[in-house]
Design a protein. Structure first.
Length: 395
C-alpha cells in the first residue's frame, strides 16, 4: 500500500482519458487560466512592487486585481486581509505557528490533513497541547462533542478542515465558530477542499483564519494559495525579507498587510492564473458547482450499488464536496487504481491521501482507499465510463 505513488508499470507521460483526481488538483485548467499565466510572464514580467517603471506597475496592478477578485469570491471585505502564499500548506503552517504559543490548548477534529497534523506535531514539542476529538463515523465533526471538549479547559483555538479530502464531508464551520468564540478561542480552518467547491463567505462564517489552496476547487495553477486573517488578528510571520515597501526600516518585517506575510518575490504568473480562475468562478461558480454536485451524486449512487464496495462519507443527501473514497472486499485499493489507469485511462488516487488521521478514523489505515474526485470539466459520459470500468475491474 502506498500514499498515492505511481505504479512502476504505469506509462510515463500518458494523459488520462478521464481525470478523477480533482481532490489533488484540478485538471485541465480553463484556457483563460493558461492564457493569464503566459501573459504574466510575457507582458508583466517585472517584479510587482519593486519599481516605478511601466512594467513593474502593470505587474503590481495584476496582483492587486487578483487579490480583489479573491476577496470578492470569499466574502472578504478588505483584500489586504488576504495574503498570497505558496499554497494551503503554507497557510496552515502560518496560522498555526503564527497564532499559537507555548502553553496553549488546541482542540482539533480527527479527520485532518497532514497540512494541519504535522505542524501541530511540531508545536506539541514546543509546549502546545493538542486534544483530538473523534468525528462521527461519516467523518463529520460532532459539534456537541467538540463543544464539550472545548469547555473542559481553557482553549486557545479550535482547528478544523472545511471539507474532507478523503470523504468530502463538509464540517459545521459556523457552529464551530460559535463554540470557539463563546469560549474565548480562535477558529482556524483548513479550506483546501472548501473554496471553489463551496460558496464560501468568510465574513458570514466568522472564522478567524482560513487557508486556501489555489489549484483545487479554485481552478488556479499549482504553487499559489491564500491565507485569510480576520481584521485585527496578527500572526507571527514565518519568513522575513524584501517586500518592495518599508525598506527604510532598520530591522524586522513591515507590519502592514499583506506585506508582512509576503516576503520575497511573489509568484506573479501563479497569482495571475488564480485571478483569472477566480474571475470565471465569480461569473459561473453557482452553475459549475451545481453541475459538479449533479455528476457527483450520480457517481456516488452508482458506486454504492456495486457489490462488495464500501463507500465512506456522508449519505448522498448530506452536504459534501465532490470527493469520495471506497474499498472493495475483492481487490486492494492500489490494484483498483492501477487497473483503472492502465486498462481504462481513468486517473484516481489510492493510498492514505496525506491524511493518516482520517484513515485511522475510517479504519483504513492499513489498506488505504481509492479516491474519486469530480471537478469542472467532467461529464455524464465520464461517470458512465467510470462506473462501467469499476464493474469490470471488480467482476
Amino acid at each position: 500500500m502506498t500514499d498515492g505513488a505511481p505504479d512502476s508499470e504505469t506509462p510515463k507521460g500518458a494523459l488520462p482519458t478521464i481525470y478523477m483526481d480533482h481532490g489533488a488538483t484540478s485538471w485541465p485548467k480553463p484556457p483563460e487560466v493558461l492564457d493569464a499565466v503566459v501573459a504574466a510572464m510575457r507582458d508583466h514580467g517585472a517584479n510587482p512592487g519593486r519599481g516605478a517603471y511601466a512594467m513593474a506597475l502593470s505587474a503590481s496592478r495584476l496582483v492587486f486585481e487578483a487579490r480583489r477578485k479573491c476577496a470578492d469570491l470569499l466574502g472578504v471585505q478588505d483584500p489586504r486581509d488576504l495574503a498570497f502564499l505558496s499554497g494551503c500548506t503554507e497557510g496552515c503552517n502560518l496560522m498555526l505557528k503564527g497564532l499559537l504559543k507555548r502553553g496553549d490548548r488546541v482542540v482539533v477534529a480527527s479527520m485532518e490533513h497532514n497540512a494541519v497534523t504535522r505542524p501541530l506535531h511540531v508545536l506539541q514539542a514546543r509546549g502546545i497541547k493538542t486534544i483530538v476529538v473523534p468525528t462521527d463515523p461519516d467523518g463529520v465533526a460532532n459539534a456537541s462533542r467538540m463543544e464539550s471538549v472545548v469547555r473542559a479547559g481553557a482553549t486557545a483555538a479550535v482547528v478544523c478542515q472545511h471539507a474532507s479530502n478523503v470523504t468530502g464531508a463538509v464540517q459545521p464551520i459556523a457552529d464551530l465558530a460559535d463554540i470557539a468564540h463563546e469560549n474565548g478561542a480562535l477558529l482556524l480552518v483548513d479550506g483546501a477542499q472548501g473554496a471553489g467547491h463551496l460558496a464560501v463567505d468568510l465574513t458570514a462564517l466568522d472564522v478567524d483564519a482560513y487557508a486556501v489552496s489555489g489549484h483545487k476547487g479554485l481552478l488556479g495553477p499549482q504553487g499559489v494559495g491564500l491565507l485569510y486573517l480576520r481584521p485585527g488578528l496578527d500572526a507571527r510571520e514565518l519568513m522575513e525579507g524584501g517586500t518592495g515597501g518599508g525598506s527604510s526600516e532598520d530591522a524586522g518585517q513591515p507590519t502592514e498587510r499583506p506585506d508582512r506575510y509576503e516576503a520575497g518575490t511573489p509568484n506573479t504568473p501563479g497569482i495571475a492564473g488564480l485571478g483569472a480562475a477566480v474571475g470565471l468562478l465569480l461569473e459561473h461558480g453557482d452553475e459549475w458547482r451545481a453541475e459538479e454536485q449533479r455528476l457527483f451524486r450520480r457517481l456516488k449512487e452508482g458506486l454504492l450499488a456495486l457489490e462488495g464496495v464500501t463507500v465512506f462519507g456522508p449519505a448522498p443527501e448530506e452536504p459534501c464536496v465532490p470527493i469520495l473514497t471506497l474499498v472493495s472486499d475483492r481487490m486492494d485499493p492500489d490494484r483498483i487504481a492501477f487497473l483503472l489507469d492502465r486498462r481504462y485511462g481513468i486517473a484516481v488516487r489510492s493510498g492514505l491521501h496525506c491524511a493518516p488521521w482520517a484513515h485511522r478514523t475510517l479504519g483504513t489505515i492499513d489498506t488505504g482507499a481509492v479516491r474519486f474526485g469530480v471537478g469542472h470539466g467532467n461529464t455524464d459520459a465520464d461517470i458512465d465510463s467510470v462506473l462501467e470500468a469499476m464493474r469490470k475491474v471488480l467482476s
